[in-house]
Design a protein around this ligand. Structure first.
Ligand code: GDP
Ligand code: IMO
Ligand code: MG
Length: 439
């Protein structure tokens, strides 16, 4: 029963899509287990670029089963657009399965997301505006619509006939002038239900049974640990659990079914939206990282804030998810900088701080302490070709030094290295491909 979970170790956008696409070659099945279309996973295959929001990145590999698990919140209109978009590009989507327990993002969730952000005034979270928070709130409040209801017109009518007036009262109380029209929502959403019905099933059974049969299952995380609703920089977080334990619960399998966990981290740090960011660089170097790394959000197009690699954050992620390996991405972006800095710990009032404090005002006061490492020049195309054919040994000595430093600090091996957005721009350091299940 070999399985691997790939999760974000920072504030999202670490390059999970690319890494999942890379490992999907060895997998039978790829499962998304949390988040919704707040995620934007970019995968570059040859000259083609795919931006996936809800579909697992495995959808780009022919013959793999793609599963949207129970822990995901689904905007059916966005999902249909994604499916249609892929089909228009000649890809098959027939191997998709959608959990009957996954919750549906309704139009009022998007409206409430916007209205709540407006009402927060100076305390905005900076959400993606996709209705993620309100959909997860309704799930916890037992006011959600699940996929099995979306595909059942009578059940949908029953549910919406009390939910729509209830949500209207909330929108009115918020001073949002929108009028919700039950009939048109029902018409639109039962249409989605008809189109998606064939994909909807008990995916927990599908994934468990695949694992029991020894199939290789890859779990694809969205967002990252610092956006986790419990362990992230609350309240500047998303509304789901982004750590590896949710790969089990969000897919409907037991936790001991997850064998390996790879944490994906950029070789520097970025974040979109609000909230403290101790190693943020508001200077030319930060601008250079943003420029070279193309740091603009896949989902919203917003500029990402950039800073040095913060290992306090990545260690926090490692403790929570139990990384058995690290995927270090975008190390190419650091090329051309004379000196590099890596934050190993913080200092506050003369004391050493190694944990991410719960109180953001305390995090905001923490002073990052840096190790300084030598940089390397930009990698020329001919050197890159050599690296991609010969592997790790052909990397510049300073880059190897940077990687070794990260490994030593983390106590976890860097198993895969990203040197560019393309599928092939990857250095794989695993001794064996996809390890079998322990014990
Ligand atoms: P995700 O949300 O974690 O999947 O990450 P995103 O796709 O939102 O953002 C990562 C961006 O970096 C995308 O544009 C990727 O194509 C790109 N990318 C991924 N890995 C690498 C890498 O190793 N080097 C470079 N230069 N770009 C990368
Ligand atoms: P991927 O999977 C980066 C951020 C938003 C905002 C906060 C809450 O591509 O790594 P939400 O809409 O979820 O309520 O917004 O979370 N956010 C992300 N940032 N990558 C993501 O996903 C994100 N998903 C949400 O910018 O700060
Ligand atoms: Mg992203």
């Amino acid at each position: 029963m070999p399985s691997l979970a790939v999760v974000g170790a920072q504030w999202g956008d670490e390059g999970k899509g690319k890494i999942v696409d890379y490992f999907a070659e060895e997998a039978h099945m790829v499962v998304r287990f949390q988040g919704g279309n707040n995620a934007g996973h970019t995968v570059k295959v040859g000259r083609e670029v795919f931006k996936l929001h809800l579909l697992p990145s495995g959808i780009l590999r022919r013959g793999r089963l793609s599963v949207i698990g129970n822990g995901v919140v689904i905007d059916p209109g966005v999902l249909m657009e994604e499916l249609d978009g892929l089909e228009a590009r000649g890809m098959s989507v027939k191997n998709l399965r959608i959990s009957d327990r996954a919750h549906v993002i309704m139009p009022y969730h998007r409206m409430l997301d916007g209205a709540e952000e407006r009402l927060r005034k100076g305390a905005k979270v900076g959400t993606t505006g996709r209705g993620i928070g309100p959909a997860y709130s309704d799930k916890a409040a037992r006011l959600g619509v699940r996929m099995h209801e979306l595909v059942d017109p009578d059940a949908l009518q029953d549910k919406l006939s009390f939910l729509v007036p209830l949500k209207q009262r909330i929108l009115d109380a918020y001073g949002d002038g929108t009028r919700l029209d039950l009939e048109s929502i029902l018409k639109e959403y039962s249409g989605y239900g008809r189109r998606l019905k064939g994909f909807v099933t008990d995916t927990g059974a599908v994934v468990s049974s695949a694992l029991m049969k020894g199939k290789r299952v890859l779990f694809e995380g969205a967002q990252g640990t610092l956006l986790d609703v419990d362990h992230g920089t609350y309240p500047f977080v998303t509304s789901s659990t982004c750590v590896a334990s949710n790969a089990a619960s969000g897919s409907g399998v037991a936790p001991n079914m997850i064998d390996e966990v790879y944490g994906v981290t950029k070789a520097y740090t970025t974040r979109v939206g609000e909230g403290p960011f101790p190693t943020e660089l508001k200077d030319e170097t930060g601008g250079a990282l943003a420029q070279r790394g193309g740091e603009f959000g896949t989902t919203t197009g917003r500029a990402r804030r950039c800073g040095w690699l913060d290992l306090v954050l990545v260690k926090h992620s490692c403790v929570l998810s139990g990384f058995t390996g690290l995927a270090l991405t975008k190390i190419d972006v650091l090329g051309g900088l004379d000196e590099l800095k890596v934050c190993t710990h913080y200092r506050l009032d003369g004391r050493r701080v190694d944990r991410v404090p719960a109180d953001l005002s305390v995090l905001g006061m923490c002073e990052p302490q840096y190790a300084e490492l030598p940089g390397w020049s930009d990698i020329e195309p001919s050197t890159m070709e050599r690296i991609l054919s010969e592997g790790y040994g052909a990397l510049p000595a300073e880059m190897k030094g940077y990687i070794k430093f990260v490994e030593k600090q983390m106590g976890v091996p860097v198993v895969v290295l990203g040197l560019g957005p393309g599928r092939e721009e990857t250095v794989d350091r695993r001794k064996r491909k996809w390890r079998p299940r322990r014990g």
